[in-house]
Ligand binder design. Structure first.
Ligand code: URA
Length: 234
């Protein structure tokens, strides 16, 4: 692959824009500006390049994890709040990265994004039943009847069958740990309401075996590495 095609594949704009970046000496290889768009590259594992002084790894597909703050919509065309894409470098939207399922604007925590359609589908398909663990802060104190109802299944408006949590446990009087395998609209909030309580704040802390890293600040993102992807597939 040549330099121009590589930049294009990574989302640094239309081909014309990639050629301009290169011509302007803003693209570096091993720290040295390369102004030849046809420069041939050996894209081995660990290949990096620089744009405007920032070093990027080459990734055939982008797999990202974002610690989503409240007040952001999981859409590229948000209606009422800024988009989660405003928290990411622009090239990710350009290369077609999308959210792996959606969190409500006021929900915080683990959000995956990717431009690998098969990966997105595998994690969101109802058939795959990937467990997602949430922490819900509730308005009223939790009790056994609510936890039992969530585990046994609650019938939500518009659903043919009751939805049961894979696990429902009180971490404290007002903090519910709830694991669900579907990804229905407002699912956790609706399930908790159907069990007789109300979600005041919702946070996703785990998808499959992958947990939100404790070291990742709110609003910050990181690449998913091979070990993270293996956890998601296990
Ligand atoms: N369930 C909800 O109600 N909201 C979310 O954002 C995610 C799961």
């Amino acid at each position: 692959m040549n330099l121009e095609s590589m930049l294009f594949s990574q989302g640094f704009g239309a081909r014309r824009q990639c050629r301009a970046l290169i011509a302007q000496g803003r693209v570096t290889l091993d720290g040295v500006a390369c102004t030849d768009p046809d420069h041939a590259l050996a894209l081995s594992e660990g290949f990096t390049f620089g744009v405007d002084g920032r070093v990027w790894p080459y990734r055939e597909r982008a797999y990202l994890l974002l610690n989503k703050p409240a007040g952001y919509e999981c859409s590229r065309e948000p209606q009422h709040h800024p988009s989660v894409f405003s928290l990411l470098p622009a090239q990710f939207a350009t290369r077609g990265v999308q959210c792996v399922g959606r969190l409500d604007q006021d929900t915080t925590g683990l959000l995956l994004l990717s431009d690998d359609g098969q990966f997105v589908h595998a994690l969101t398909s109802p058939k795959r039943k990937v467990p997602k663990r949430y922490l819900a802060t509730t308005r009223h104190a939790l009790d056994t009847a609510q936890l039992d109802a969530l585990a046994a299944g609650v019938l939500l408006h518009g659903e043919a069958r009751p939805l049961a949590a894979l696990a429902a446990r009180a971490r404290s009087e007002h903090v519910l740990e709830l694991t669900v395998q579907e990804g229905k609209y407002h699912q956790v909030k609706r399930m908790v309401a159907a069990a007789g309580n109300r979600v005041e704040h919702l946070h996703r802390e785990r998808i499959g075996q992958l947990a939100l890293p404790a070291t990742l600040a709110e609003g910050a993102w990181q690449w998913l590495e091979a070990a993270d992807l293996a956890l998601l597939r296990s």
